[in-house]
Structures are given as C-alpha cells and as structure tokens.
Design a protein around this ligand. Structure first.
Ligand SMILES: *Cc1c(COP(=O)(O)O)cnc(C)c1O
Length: 426
C-alpha cells in the first residue's frame, strides 16, 4: 500500500512559521477513526475496555482523545501513573502493568485505586508487605515460556522474556490470592510484539482462555477479566498488509464462544493494552534536510536525529520517508538519511531510494506516533522536539514545547556554582 503523509508541504510551511523543525505531528481525525473501529470490533464483549499503553505516547492531549471513547491508561511507572492522575484518569481506569516494580510505585498505584497486574510470583508477598494488605482486585501476568507460534511460524520468544509467571506459579498464585481475600481476579499476557497478522490475538486468546478454564477447575478462581495486552502491530513497510481490527475482534469472539462460554465463563471481560496500534501510524516526524554530503556514499543530513526517533538506530527498524512536495516524483536517488549524533548508527534510512532531495526540503518520517518521541533521550546533549496536533478542522496546536537548554541543565540547579548556566539558559 502506498504510504501517504497526512500533511502537505504547504501545511508544514505554515507550521514552521511558529514551530521550527524537527517536530512530531499527530493526526487527530485518524486517531478518532481508529479507536472507534477498535471499540466496534470488541463491542460483542460487555466488559471490553482498552487501556492505552501510556509509554507508547505519553502526551495527555493525545491520551485525552482516547479517553473520550472510554479508554483507560496502562501505566508501568510512577510518572505514567502521575500523568494519568493529572488527566483525571484514576481507579479502575488504570491498569498498572509494571515489572521489577519499586515499592513506592505499588503504593502510588494502590492509592489511585489502579488495577495492579503482578509480573512475578514473589510480588504477591512483596505487595502484601508493602501495602499491609492485598488490594481487592489483582491480576497476574502469564508467561507460558517456549516460542509463540502461529501455525508453524515463530512469532516471538516468551521463553527468553523477563516477564510473567509460569503456569504452575500462576495456579499457585491464584490459590494464594483467593486465600488472602482477593475478590476480583485478572490475567494478562503479552507474548509477541508488533505482529502484523490478524491471528495474533485469536491465538493468544485461545491459550489464555484455556488456561482460564484450567484455573477455574483447579483453584475455583473465576477470572473477571483477561487482558490481551499490546502487540497488535502496524505496517511500517509499504508492502505490508495492515491488520484488520474487525476481523481480529470477530476471531477472538469465536474463540471466546468456543472455549469460555461452554465453561460457564461467558461474563469474562476482555481488556487490551494497545499502544502501537492506537497511535503508531497517526504520528510523523517532520524534519528538514540541512546538509548533503558526497563521499563514499550519498548522505542527506537532517535536523532531527536518533534522539527524536530511536527505533532505526536501536532495532534497525524501517520507517518510511516521504519528501514533502515530491510525492509523485521518481525515487531515482539512493541516500543514507542521517542525524547529527556522533554515532554512526544515527541513520533514519540506509540505501533508501528517494526522489532527489534539495536543501530545505521537508522529510516526513512515517509511523512515529508510538514508541517514537517517547523513546527519546538526550545523548550528545541534543534536545527533544515539540509535538504538534493536526486537528480535525485542519488547524494545528502545539501539544508539547521543544526542550530548551534550560531543561537539559535543570538537574544542576541545586549547585550554586552552576547557577549561571541554569539561569542563563532559562
Ligand atoms: C509496551 C506494552 C504495551 C503496548 O505494546 P504495543 O506493542 O505498543 O501495543 C502494553 N502492555 C505492556 C505491559 C507493555 O509493556
């Protein structure tokens, strides 16, 4: 499928008058359209709820859009909990799916009344000791180990993942929770990431539903919810077929009716914790070509770098690039598109076929709406960019300002001898 940017060159030229590049931009109308499709796909399940994975795109202006459709927040750290709280999203609207969790984060989650999802068997005792008493609702994260396969192809390797409890620990865990007075139980699993197939959720659901039936038989614990978590992917490459959420919802329904309903478990709520699927395609990094370099290869240097989008440097991930205004020109040049870090892996694209790029051209780097801005860091003292929302009516708004040197130096503000640098830059 041809990847088309959701902003034009003219729109970017208008935006840069007030917000210079680089910046991430998000498309409100597509975000709304997509969340409505998701809700429709799972409308057959009475208790269905999406808890947006805050770590994917921790911007309150974007999360609030999802919250209008009833989405809660999936948090995994103190600051993500604080962000949810600031948006007024608390209590049952938070899923706290953390791991290696510090005590103070459990305390904060419990104070907000969040659903706590435990990553390990030992966390049961840890939580009880930390809080004095277990909360009434608790969820356990399952990791069956081995390889996660669909038909015969390996999707991912849970046996090598740090998350979750084994099946035996899970059964023992529910027995203990029940004994200790927990009233509402959940189960969670995240077994494959960025899956571009309609079969991931249905395959996962079958495994979890069958486990849920076993739990009921062996411990008497009836789960209130099963959390399929994240992992539904997006087509980063133009030749990939996007997932069809309606088909996914329908297939999960079939497995639900086949496995859970006959076991008398037709009231179990399905939860999801999608991140990438909710936002990924609806964000782009806009950057300007500022240098061209002709050495052993042809390089285009732009004003963004891996600090703004780490996935290519970190995973060698493909992100499609469109040269704005040249959408229909032939891709008859081969470039490495680079950022400015003193790190040779700071390349948004390697040997990429693109139209001829001129200095000052704007590049749209696609699919940065999830795990894009959020993964940013400050290596080389580079600063994080602004985030911009393209609204439904075509206007735009800044939804996070760019970092300034003052932000970068802020953690020296307790040292008087560096007061000059923290003050000067403010
Ligand atoms: C990262 C994460 C998610 C979201 O994953 P996506 O691949 O963005 O859908 C959901 N739940 C947990 C616990 C996670 O760590």
């Amino acid at each position: 499928m041809k990847k088309t940017p959701f902003v034009t060159k003219e729109k970017v030229e208008e935006i840069v008058k007030t917000i210079p590049t680089p910046f991430h931009i998000y498309d409100e109308s597509q975000i709304r359209e997509n969340v409505q499709k998701l809700k429709k796909a799972f409308a057959w399940n009475r208790g269905y709820r999406e808890y947006f994975a805050v770590k994917a795109t921790p911007n309150p202006f974007l999360i609030k859009i999802l919250n209008e459709y009833g989405c809660g927040c999936d948090c995994s750290s103190l600051t993500e909990l604080m962000l949810s709280e600031a948006m007024g999203i608390t209590g049952d609207s938070i899923m706290f799916s953390s791991n290696d969790t510090p005590a103070n984060e459990f305390v904060y989650a419990a104070k907000l009344g969040a659903n706590i999802n435990l990553d390990d068997f030992t966390h049961i005792a840890f939580l009880e000791e930390t809080l004095g008493k277990l909360p009434e609702c608790l969820s356990l994260r399952f990791n069956p180990g081995g390889y996660f396969k669909i038909s015969n192809s390996i999707m991912d390797n849970p046996g090598d993942a740090k998350y979750g409890l084994t099946e035996e620990q899970l059964l023992e865990g529910y027995r203990i929770l029940k004994e200790k007075g927990v009233k509402r139980f959940g189960m969670h699993a995240f077994l494959a990431s960025n899956t571009v197939t309609n079969d991931y959720y249905p395959t996962l659901a079958r495994q979890l539903f069958e486990t849920a039936v076993r739990i009921k038989k062996e411990t008497g614990v009836e789960l209130a919810f099963i959390n399929l978590s994240g992992g539904i992917g997006i087509p980063y490459q133009p030749d990939q077929e996007p997932n069809d959420i309606a088909v996914i919802g329908q297939k999960v329904k079939e497995v639900y009716e086949e496995v859970l309903v006959p076991a008398g478990m037709g009231e179990v709520a399905i939860y999801t914790e999608l991140g990438r699927f909710m936002m990924g395609p609806y964000g782009m990094l806009i950057t300007k070509a500022i240098h061209e370099k002709h050495t052993h290869k042809e390089y285009i240097g732009c004003d963004a770098c891996a600090v703004n989008l780490m996935r290519p440097a970190m995973y060698g991930a493909y992100h499609h690039i469109t040269v704005l205004g040249k959408e229909n020109e032939p891709c008859d040049h081969t470039y490495d598109v680079t950022g400015s870090l003193c790190e040779n892996n700071d390349k948004f694209a390697i040997d990429r076929k693109l139209p001829k790029i001129d200095m000052g051209d704007y590049l749209a780097i696609h699919d940065t709406g999830a795990h894009g801005f959020a993964m940013g860091y400050n290596y080389n003292g580079k600063l994080k960019s602004a985030e911009v929302l393209l609204k439904e009516d075509g206007s735009y708004a800044m939804i996070r300002r760019a970092e300034t040197p003052a932000d970068y130096f802020a953690t020296f503000d307790c040292f008087p001898e560096y007061d000059s640098i923290t003050r000067k830059t403010r």
